[in-house]
Design a protein around this ligand. Structure first.
Ligand code: F6R
Length: 608
């Protein structure tokens, strides 16, 4: 959600800023802008819409000469997506320009105060208060002005600041919004995430909350909120540039769907050694696991649905109650959580605002937190007591695919690991399930290969005004994610229902030709789902069934089929979701949708 970049060095800044903004496009935005310092003047260019418009307006940056600057993609919160509301914002004296991600919660009071003092506001944004505060506090020392201005802000921010008095210098500050510094040779950078930095440098510094940095072409100095220097470690990014490129695929989403066998292998394989799951990185000892009496999983969106899928495996193997809670609800629910609760937090980006808040709330109540996160160095990874990384590599498409399946796979690993540590599983079952986990990448490859009919199914179903996804137990968990995938990229209304609930209301909506996608991969409860298929068919529904190839009973009932390879039922979700991702993808393609950047959505939801 929004993105910022900054560059100072000996090259022309504008083309580098524009390239950086292109790499951040996937985060979601509706306007963009850059500010470059040249000849003691700041030149600002802003547009509504795509970065391509900004490239056109600036002739690919040629109209904005200068070797230091800042850039921004804005996802409108305060004020419509217009050129005026787009960042960078300038101070009244023309000395400062600011870009900002996040939300300044006390901006109304600050705006009133600054207006009374004579500062003139051009935009409706919360951000503009920051640049006027900096102007107000500036008396020849930008560092001091940034410290004083930041101390007045409540809320979240990643900031980039330039000043004409110090034309080679950038300031970058962070509070609860992602910000990473890129360390080059004779040039330095900042950006909201590493995808904008990897074309230029692999050496990065992760800023912590409250810290800010003074960046020149030859140095980066990080300070704490009081302005004292802080020693920071330089980390090395291991992703290669190609990992964040389309690599010949029409969309990132398709590439990421196809990458899933590899992503899951990278996530699982290093954690299985000599016939045992090794999660030493979690620091979750047998003693600790035996002391807990409840697990709460919290997350948002697809990550929440990954938690719903993982719940079945954890409860079945560990025999401990698992509650799955939406982070946006949990944070305000006065939850019953204490030191005997383990809270598992799922997040691809590691920056989701609600998830961070829910996690902090649980920590406050004494719970230990285990984060399952994809982005190294992210806020959630830093705050958690224990972290397991999903090694999915960069996920660029807004709709998550490999993020979800790697989260689910880690939950399976955790379930088996914890069951063994808690002495809740016998050796034989442990061995069988471990073998099954080892074959997950292969199963996912099979799920990809066994459904060449999906593009044709998409041609049949893409005109539907509404799609129902039904299933029970583990199938229901997959139905939740299948429906979300469909609605977010194809814009078709899609809902998931626990199949057993149909009779309690939803079946009233079933009429002639209503498509119903029925998930039937849980053998223990398949007969029941079959009855539900018969009920909806009796009311005229078209049924697209998702099941095993040899499941003749379902094949004879359904109108169309999607196939899934057989796996252990408690580990079924990882392979079962894959053809539904493909279905959503091809339906969206039929409908001409902007698949990688669906309307109104942002990749990383860093505000509440
Ligand atoms: C849907 C999707 C979102 C995210 C959710 C949480 O395809 O991607 O629902 O799953 O916004 O994001 P993370 O996992 O980054 O916390």
């Amino acid at each position: 959600m929004c993105g910022i970049v900054g560059y100072t060095g000996s090259q022309e800044a504008a083309p580098i800023l524009l390239e950086g903004l292109k790499k951040l496009e996937y985060r979601g935005y509706d306007s963009a802008g850059i500010a470059v310092i040249n000849d003691s003047r700041i030149s600002v260019s802003k547009v509504t819409g795509r970065i391509a418009n900004l490239c056109e307006k600036t002739s690919d940056g040629k109209n904005c000469p200068g070797t230091a600057g800042i850039g921004h993609t804005r996802w409108a919160t305060h004020g419509a997506p217009t050129d005026t509301n787009a960042h960078p914002h300038m101070s009244n004296d023309g000395k400062f320009a600011v870009v900002h991600n996040g939300i300044i919660e006390n901006y109304i009071a600050l705006r009133e105060e600054l207006t009374e003092k004579g500062y003139r506001f051009e935009s409706q944004t919360d951000t503009e208060v920051i640049v006027h505060l900096i102007e107000m506090y500036y008396s020849g020392n930008l560092k001091n002005a940034v410290i004083k201005a930041s101390s007045r802000l409540r809320g979240s921010y990643a900031l980039g600041v330039v000043c004409t008095d110090e034309p080679e210098k950038l300031y970058a500050a962070r509070e609860a919004s992602p910000l990473i510094l890129g360390v080059g040779i004779g040039e330095n950078y900042f950006a909201s995430d590493v995808t904008a930095l990897v074309p230029y440098t692999r050496n990065v510094i992760y800023l912590d909350d409250g810290e800010f940095a003074e960046i020149t072409p030859d140095s980066i100095t990080v300070f704490d909120p009081a302005g004292r220097p802080v020693n920071k470690k330089i980390s090395r990014i291991t992703w290669d540039v190609q990992a964040a490129e389309k690599g010949g695929y029409e969309h990132f989403m398709l590439k990421e769907i196809i990458e899933q066998p590899g992503a899951i292998k990278a996530t699982i394989a290093p954690r299985i050694k000599d016939g045992k799951i090794v999660l030493d990185e979690t620091g979750l000892t047998a003693e600790y696991l035996k002391s807990i009496n409840k697990i709460v999983i919290t997350a948002c969106g697809s990550a929440y649905y990954a938690g719903c899928a993982g719940k079945y495996a954890i409860e079945k193997l560990c025999r401990i109650p698992v509650q799955v809670e939406l982070a946006s609800e949990l944070r305000y629910s006065d939850p019953i959580i204490d030191e005997h609760t383990l809270v598992i937090v799922l997040s691809q980006s590691g920056e989701t605002a609600d998830t961070i808040a829910a996690m902090k709330e649980c920590k406050k109540r004494g719970a230990k937190t285990l984060a399952i996160v994809n982005v190294v160095g992210s806020t959630i990874a830093n705050i958690a007591d224990h972290t397991i990384y999903t090694w999915a590599g960069p996920e660029i498409a807004v709709a998550t695919t490999k993020g979800y399946t790697t989260q689910v796979s880690v939950l399976y690993l955790f379930a088996l690991y914890a069951a063994e540590k808690m002495n809740r599983i016998d050796e034989e079952l442990y061995k069988r399930l471990l073998e099954s986990l080892n074959t997950l990448p292969k199963k996912i490859q099979e799920a990809l290969d066994m459904n060449p009919q999906i593009p044709n199914l998409a041609k049949k179903y893409h005109n539907a005004s509404s799609l129902f996804f039904i299933g029970r137990n583990t199938d229901y968990a997959v139905a939740l994610e299948g429906a979300l995938k469909m609605k977010e990229i194809s814009y078709i209304h899609a809902e998931s229902y626990a199949a057993g609930e149909l009779k309690h209301g939803t079946i009233a909506l079933i009429e002639e030709h209503q498509p119903v996608i029925a998930l039937c991969c849980n053998e223990s409860i398949m007969e029941k789902t079959m009855s539900n298929i018969i009920e909806v068919k009796a009311r005229g529904a078209e049924v697209l069934a998702v099941t095993f190839k040899d499941n003749q009973k379902i094949v004879s009932l359904a109108d169309d089929m999607i196939y899934v390879p057989k796996t252990e039922t408690i580990f079924a979700a990882a392979a079962e979701i894959v053809p539904l991702q493909l279905l959503a993808y091809y339906v969206a393609k039929e409908n001409g949708c902007d698949i990688d950047k669906p309307k109104n959505l942002a990749k990383s939801v860093t505000v509440e």
